[in-house]
Design a protein around this ligand. Sequence first.
Ligand code: HEC
Ligand code: HEC
Length: 263
Amino acid sequence: MAIVQRPYVILSALVIAGAAALTPTAQAIKPPETPELLAAGKLRYGRACLACHGEEGRGDGPASFFMGAYSGPRPKDFTSGDYKLRSTPTGELPTDQDLFDTVTNGVPGLMPSFSSLSEEARWAVIAYIKSFSPAFRKPRADALPIPDPPFPSSSASVERGRAVYLQQQCEFCHGPDGRGDEPAAFASGAMTVRGKRMPAPDLTHRPMYKHGAAPRDLYRTLVTGMDGSPMPSYAHAFKDRPEDIWNLVYYVLSLSEKRREGP
Ligand code: HEC
Ligand code: HEC
């Protein structure tokens, strides 16, 4: 996939879709946030991010005109909280490593990957976007522990996962077969955030998952939720039956296996 990192080729960025499944980036060594790093970050931001995220980080850069004007997300407003791609509990800011992963991986269909920038350049731009919000100067929550799957997928766990999917009313927004865009959900207002329609993704198409499609990625998405979107956190839904979150993960993943098999 072509890596796009210049604002003037933004239109090609808009058609980027179907990035490979997310691979967690290695734990990167973060340089100290010196005034020099911040200044380098500001320069880099001007070249690589401003067109979408705007001069003052409000998500209103010139290219943002094309993005989410009527439905779907706008480029992130860095002056507010509400980050989707976090390893922290709902309502919390992301960790620095979360931001690093987002910049490295991009967001399928919406934001290019910046993995071609040096790690130092990525950390510099992260220091700069954090400076748009004073909340980043306060102590922040740590990443939640994400365990390894305690058992592998099986037809029994997928079957149990389907029951959990129905019981937790995932189908209200995602539809009975995970293809999303449920008219009833839109009509109820559950899919509208700040007056804008926020469509649910087609869960049968894994490359479009923003936060990865490995079992542990899905576990994290369910536990953290995607703040600023209708996707809630299910951190407290599985207290009595912790194995059910894994059954649900395997069911969601089975939706895209069916897709590969065809109709
Ligand atoms: C082509 C436009 C575009 C460019 C260029 C771009 N972004 Fe984004 N970015 C977006 C959009 C759109 C979103 C919102 C994605 C969503 O809500 O699903 C976003 C979201 C984000 C987020 C928040 C993700 C979350 O957890 O909610 C971060 C952090 C971010 N961008 C950083 C950057 C940085 C740093 C750069 C420059 C190195 C950059 N972006 C360049 C369009 C862009
Ligand atoms: C109120 C509506 C709603 C409910 C209920 C809901 N979701 Fe979502 N979900 C969404 C929306 C909207 C998105 C897209 C968020 C975005 O990318 O901006 C989403 C995104 C997702 C994603 C994609 C994550 C990614 O990495 O991009 C998965 C997987 C998912 N939901 C699974 C579930 C499961 C499983 C349940 C039930 C336990 C559930 N959702 C319940 C609305 C909902």
